[in-house]
Write a protein that binds this ligand. Structure first.
Ligand code: PGA
Length: 318
């Protein structure tokens, strides 16, 4: 029951009109659908398509998906050789929960330094890659080169690349397909701008981003989805656990309807946008939040470790 009540907190909040930016018809949770508290609970429960009861073997009850908790640190265009060496040493000495996949994405120029000094417990991601094989593409970095340095992942579709650099859905999809074809995992970012949320287009935008990935990729086996509302990135304005959960449920449901129930269950959907050591626990408790993509707070080793270890909030209370 703990799981259901966690989810109901979020869904119930919709009823109050608190999350006015979303297209409420998605979950059909307007008041007219509920004649009693009981029918409300039944209706919400029917939308929790991937309930925890399906995972009897896991010591985890608050994950709708069946994938391992995943935490990525996106260092963006930050750091120097010295500051990165300190960050790596803090990460190497941190105690990290074993049941979590951990990845960091240093700037390209420090990938080799990080790969050579960071514990193997943490995998390395790139923040971008080229659309195909390398060659005469000045300033680009190929997937093959990233693999040569030991990268296992690449972040694609980040809002800073969509909205500052101008990358399109199609361009991002091409990169994702190529990276996957070379066995590089993709952290596929989606998320709406503030004006899109305020215009009630959050789901439309997220689904459009999802479709662009789905149209391009042959398989979802090596993809982690990062829902990152643009208004929450680097602003200190984190989405509430209910706001994040609401979109994660919708994205998982989109996967279920448009790809398959199996992919919807297996694919990690992580949240990004002002996650820090203070707010990660409440976010982690949400059923459809399978981890985090962390920017600013991932530049501080101990705080990043706290965020990684928030996976413990997924576990059954003894
Ligand atoms: P933030 O960045 O944690 O600094 O908001 C998140 C991201 O851009 O991935």
């Amino acid at each position: 029951m703990a799981v259901v009540s966690t989810s109901l907190t979020g869904a119930g909040s919709q009823l109050s009109g608190h999350f006015s930016g979303l297209r409420k018809s998605f979950l059909k949770l307007d008041n007219s659908n509920f004649n009693s508290t009981q029918s409300f609970f039944q209706n919400v429960d029917s939308h929790l398509r991937l309930s925890s009861s399906r995972k009897g073997c896991r010591a985890v009850v608050t994950m709708a998906g069946s994938g391992k908790f995943f935490v990525g640190g996106n260092w963006k265009c930050n750091g120097t050789k010295d500051s990165i060496s300190k960050l790596v040493s803090d990460l190497n000495s941190a105690t990290l929960e074993s049941d979590v996949d951990v990845v960091v994405a240093p700037p390209f120029v420090y990938l080799d330094q990080v790969k050579n000094s960071l514990t193997d417990r943490i995998e390395i991601a790139a923040q971008n890659c080229w659309t195909g094989k390398g060659g005469a593409f000045t300033g680009e970095i190929s997937v093959e080169q990233l693999k040569d340095l030991g990268c296992k992942w690449v972040v694609l579709g980040h809002s800073e690349r969509r909205h500052i650099i101008g990358e399109t859905d199609q361009f991002i999809g091409t990169k994702a397909a190529y990276a996957l074809s070379q066995n590089l995992g993709v952290i596929a970012c989606i998320g709406e701008l503030l004006e899109e949320r305020e215009a009630g287009k959050t789901f439309d935008v997220c689904f459009q981003h999802m479709k662009a990935f789905a149209d391009a990729v042959p398989s979802w086996d090596n993809i982690v989805i990062a829902y990152e509302p643009v208004w929450a990135i680097g602003t200190g304005k984190v989405a509430t656990p209910e706001q994040a959960q609401e979109v994660h449920v919708a994205v998982r449901d989109w996967l279920s309807k448009n790809v398959s129930a199996e992919v919807a269950s297996k694919t990690r959907i992580i949240y990004g946008g002002s996650v820090n050591g203070g707010n990660c626990a409440e976010l982690a408790k949400q059923e459809d939040i399978d981890g985090f993509l962390v920017g600013g707070a991932s530049l501080k080793g101990p705080e990043f470790a706290t965020i990684i270890n928030s996976a413990t909030f997924k576990k059954v209370a003894a």
